[in-house]
Design a protein around this ligand. Structure first.
Ligand code: FES
Length: 131
């Protein structure tokens, strides 16, 4: 089975919901209701661009995969209540240095940005209100 890009999923979900061509993603990104109860929960778009962070070799990090963390791009445990079906990605870099960690939560090579944030589904999405 081929993997679908997030933008393709939005198109499929929009078509299934009766939406027409050119219909935009719902406010807040891809958080529209699931088509079935077995569909995985969708992460919140935390940012429309990656976060540059300094990583240390051998140190363990938890990248926020749900988008709800207030410590972006890292996990603060909010997924336990806000997105119980999504877990953080734990990783340990092999080298010291700057890394660009995904903020849109749509990358296909987490935790790193792969440019997916440039898609209309991300750039056209409304971000959650900031306090
Ligand atoms: S910030 Fe998510 S792919 Fe770039």
């Amino acid at each position: 089975m081929a993997l679908l890009r997030p933008a393709a999923l939005v198109t499929l979900m929009s078509a299934a919901a009766g939406g027409g061509r050119g219909r935009r993603a719902p406010p807040g990104g891809l958080q529209s209701p699931s088509l079935s109860s077995s569909a995985p929960p969708q992460p919140l778009i935390a940012a429309k661009q990656p976060f540059p962070v300094e990583l240390k070799a051998g140190k363990k990090y938890g990248w926020c995969a749900c988008g709800h963390s207030k410590s972006q791009p890292f996990c603060d445990g909010t997924h336990k209540t806000a997105a119980p079906g999504i877990s953080p990605l734990r990783f340990t870099p092999e080298k010291d240095g700057t890394a660009w960690l995904c903020g849109c939560k749509r990358t296909r090579c987490p935790p790193y940005c792969d440019g997916t944030h440039k898609d209309e589904a991300v750039q056209g999405a409304r971000l959650p209100a900031q306090p």
